[in-house]
Write a protein that binds this ligand. Structure first.
Ligand code: AGP
Length: 604
C-alpha cells in the first residue's frame, strides 16, 4: 500500500526523501510526490513536486538544494485515478500546509461539503485532500499551534490514517498521527525520521519507535514528543532493529524474489535457532488450550492450514483456520480457543481487526510475525518472531517457509508441554527440521530442471495444483505464487475433489502440478495423476527423490530431496516458488511488484 516518509535534520531533505521512497517501492504504488521547505528567500518556502508512474520520474523532476525538512509519499490509488493531481502531498488552498496520508478517510465527502461551504476549493478526487484543509481551519482558529491543530483535526476524521504534516511557517517541525495504519519514528544524530515501515530508513538508522493508534507526534531534529489519544504523554520504548541495509538490497540477484528464495536455508535456520528464545516466553498454561483457531490472510493463511494438521497431530486439540476477513464477520461462538494470528508484516489490517475482535471476546491471543514492533505485536498477548529477515518481493517466499517452521516448532512445543507427545518426539521433530533445511539447500544447488519446466509452463494460461492432506495447502500456496507473479490462472485443489466438477476443465493445454509425498495419500495421488493423464492433461509431478513409481504415470517429474513426508511442504514449496519465478521471468513479468498488488495490505 502507500508509503510515507518524513525527514527533519541537516542532510539534503529532498535526497533523503527520494532515497527512502525507493526503499518503499516494494509496497506497490502508482504515483509519488514530495514536499520540502527551502530557505531560498522565496515568498513561499513550501515546494511540492508530484508525478504519476515510477519514482525515477519524480526524481528527475526534483532539482532542489537547501532543503532540510520535508515529506514524501508513494500512492496506491483508492479514491481518484493515479495522476499528478491526485498524487500526494496535498495542500490547503494557500499552499501553507502539505500532508501525506496512508489509509482511507471514510467521512471525506461530508467533510468536503462542510469545508466547501466555508469557501474551500478542492483540486483532487482524493479523500486525503480534506486533511490539510481541516488542519488549516484548526490552525487559524487556535492560535497557529500546529500540533494542536493536527490533534483537533484528526478528531474529525473517521477511517484509517497515518499522516505527516509540514507547515511553511514551522521549518524544523513535522507533526504526524496514526490510526489503523502503520507508522514508525526513527532517530539519528540531530535528525528525526518518520516512515510507514522500517525498511525505508535502514540506510540512516536502526533506532525506531513504533506509534500506537491514536498517537500524535512532533518530530524535530532534537527529539520526539508523543501524545496518546487522551492527550497523555506517550513514552514508547526505542527498539533496535537488527536488519541491515544489505538485507534489503538485491545483492547481485536480478530480483528480490529470487534472492529471497535462495536465502531460505539461512532464514529457516534463523527461525529454528531463534525458537530457543521464543520458547522461553511461552506461558506453560498455553498448552492447556482445548481448541485452537488460526487466523491469517493469503500466504499466511496457507501456513495456518498446514499448522492445523500439525496442531491436531502433535497436541490432539481440534484446530480450525479462518481467513481474517471472514472471521470478523462470523457469528460469535461460545468456545474458548487459543487464537493464533499469522502475519509476516504484522500490519495486515484484516488480521489486526480480527485480533482486536478476539481480544474483545476475552480470548487468549498469540501473534506470529516477522516484523519487530509491528502493529500485531501490540494487539495480541504474546508475540513470536519468525526471524526471516526483511522480505522485499511482494510475493512471500522465505517468510512462508519460516511460518511453516514456526508451525512445526510451536505445535510440537505445545504437544510436549501438554504431555501429548514425548520429549524424544519433540527432539526428533527438531532433527527432522534440520534435515529439511538441508533438503532445501539440495534443491537450490540444482535449479536447472525447475527453470526449464518454468519456461515451458510460461506458455500456459490455466493450471491446476493438486495436493492432499498436509500438501493441499502447499498446492494452494504454489498456485497463489504462480498466479500473483506470472498472471497464469492457477487453482489449488484437493486432489480428491477434482472429479467433483473441475475435471470438466481439463484439456491438453491445462497442466496439472501434482504434489506427491510418500505418506498415506501416496497411492490415491498416483490415481489422481492417472485420471488427469488419461484426459490428455500434461502432468508435472513434484515427487521425492528415488520414487521410480511416479514415472509410470507421468514422464514430467521434478524431484525434491527425501524428507519425512510430514515435513514435505517446506521443500515442495521451494520447488513451487522457483517454478513460479522462472515462468514469470520467462514471460517478462514485474516479479517483485506484480500489478495491482501490495506487500502490506493496510486497507480492509
Ligand atoms: C503473498 O505472496 C501475498 N502477497 C499475500 O497473500 C500475503 O501473504 C497476505 O497479504 C498476508 O500478508 P501478511 O502475512 O503480511 O499478513
Amino acid at each position: 500500500m502507500c508509503g510515507i516518509v518524513g525527514y527533519v535534520g541537516n542532510r539534503e531533505a529532498s535526497a533523503v526523501l527520494i532515497e527512502a521512497l525507493k526503499r518503499l517501492e516494494y509496497r506497490g504504488y502508482d504515483s509519488s510526490g514530495i514536499a520540502v521547505l527551502t530557505q531560498s528567500g522565496e515568498k513561499n518556502p513550501l515546494t511540492v513536486i508530484k508525478s504519476p508512474g515510477q519514482i525515477s520520474t519524480l526524481e528527475k523532476k526534483v532539482k532542489i538544494s537547501g532543503s532540510h525538512t520535508g515529506i514524501s509519499h508513494t500512492r496506491w490509488a483508492t479514491h481518484g485515478a493515479p495522476n499528478e493531481v491526485n498524487a500526494h502531498p496535498h495542500t490547503d488552498q494557500e499552499n501553507s500546509i502539505a500532508v501525506v496520508h496512508n489509509g482511507i478517510i471514510d467521512n471525506h465527502l461530508a467533510l468536503k461539503r462542510e469545508l466547501a461551504e466555508k469557501g474551500h476549493v478542492f483540486r483532487s478526487k482524493t479523500d486525503s485532500e480534506v486533511i490539510p484543509h481541516i488542519i488549516y481551519e484548526e490552525y487559524k482558529a487556535n492560535g497557529n499551534d500546529l500540533f494542536d491543530a493536527v490533534r483537533r483535526a484528526v478528531k474529525k476524521l473517521r477511517g484509517s490514517y497515518a499522516i505527516i504534516v509540514l507547515h511553511r511557517d514551522h521549518p524544523d517541525i513535522l507533526v504526524c498521527a496514526r490510526e489503523k495504519s502503520p507508522m514508525v519514528l526513527g532517530a539519528g544524530v540531530n535528525e528525526g525520521f518518520i516512515a510507514s515501515d522500517v525498511t525505508a530508513l535502514l540506510k540512516y538508522t536502526n533506532r525506531f519507535m513504533f506509534m500506537d493508534d491514536g498517537d500524535i507526534a512532533k518530530v524535530t531534529r532534537n527529539g520526539i514528543y508523543i501524545e496518546g489519544p487522551s492527550g497523555e504523554v506517550a513514552a514508547h520504548e526505542w527498539t533496535q532493529v537488527d536488519w541491515s541495509i544489505e538485507d534489503a538490497e538485491k545483492g547481485g540477484f536480478r530480483h528480490f524474489m529470487i534472492k529471497e528464495i535462495f536465502e531460505q536455508p539461512r532464514s529457516l535456520h534463523q527461525s529454528q535457532a531463534g525458537w530457543r528464545s521464543e520458547e522461553d516466553n511461552i506461558p506453560r498454561d498455553l498448552a492447556r488450550a482445548e481448541m485452537i483457531r488460526i487466523i491469517a490472510c493469503g500466504t499466511s493463511y496457507h501456513a495456518g492450514m498446514v499448522g492445523k494438521h500439525l496442531f491436531e497431530r502433535f497436541t490432539g486439540s481440534p484446530t480450525v483456520v479462518s481467513m481474517a476477513s471472514e472471521y470478523r464477520f462470523a457469528d460469535t461462538t461460545s468456545d474458548n480457543p487459543l487464537m493464533i494470528f499469522i502475519t509476516q508484516s504484522g500490519e495486515t489490517l484484516d488480521t489486526i481487526m480480527a485480533a482486536r475482535e478476539a481480544r474483545s471476546r476475552g480470548l487468549k491471543t498469540v501473534a506470529i510475525t516477522n516484523v519487530v514492533g509491528s502493529t500485531i505485536t501490540r494487539e495480541t498477548d504474546i508475540t513470536m518472531y519468525q526471524r526471516s529477515g526483511p522480505e522485499i518481493g511482494v510475493a512471500a517466499s522465505k517468510t512462508f517457509t519460516s511460518q511453516l517452521m514456526m508451525m512445526y516448532l510451536f505445535s510440537a512445543h505445545m504437544g510436549y508441554h501438554k504431555g501429548y507427545i514425548k520429549r524424544d518426539d519433540y527432539n526428533s521433530i527438531k532433527e527432522h527440521l534440520r534435515h529439511t533445511i538441508r533438503a532445501v539447500e539440495g534443491i537450490l544447488n540444482n535449479t536447472a530442471p525447475i527453470k526449464e519446466m518454468g519456461e515451458w509452463f510460461s506458455r500456459c494460461e490455466n493450471a491446476f495444483y493438486l495436493g492432499r492432506y498436509i500438501n493441499f495447502p502447499t498446492a494452494l500456496e504454489g498456485a497463489l505464487k504462480m498466479k500473483e507473479i506470472s498472471y497464469i490462472h492457477s487453482e489449488g485443489y484437493p486432489a480428491g475433489e477434482l472429479k467433483h466438477g473441475p475435471l470438466a476443465l481439463l484439456t491438453d493445454k491445462t497442466p496439472i502440478i501434482a504434489l506427491v509425498a510418500s505418506d498415506h495419500t501416496y497411492e490415491k495421488m498416483l490415481g489422481n495423476i492417472g485420471e488427469c493423464s488419461a484426459r490428455g492433461s500434461p502432468v508435472i509431478a513434484i515427487a521425492p527423490e528415488g520414487d521410480a513409481e511416479v514415472e509410470k504415470y507421468t514422464d514430467r517429474v521434478l524431484y525434491y530431496p527425501n524428507v519425512d513426508p510430514l515435513f514435505s511442504p517446506i521443500p515442495i514449496s521451494v520447488v513451487l516458488q522457483l517454478l513460479a519465478y522462472h515462468a514469470a521471468d520467462h514471460r517478462g513479468c514485474s516479479i517483485d511488484k506484480p500489478r495491482n498488488l501490495a506487500k502490506s495490505v493496510t486497507v480492509e
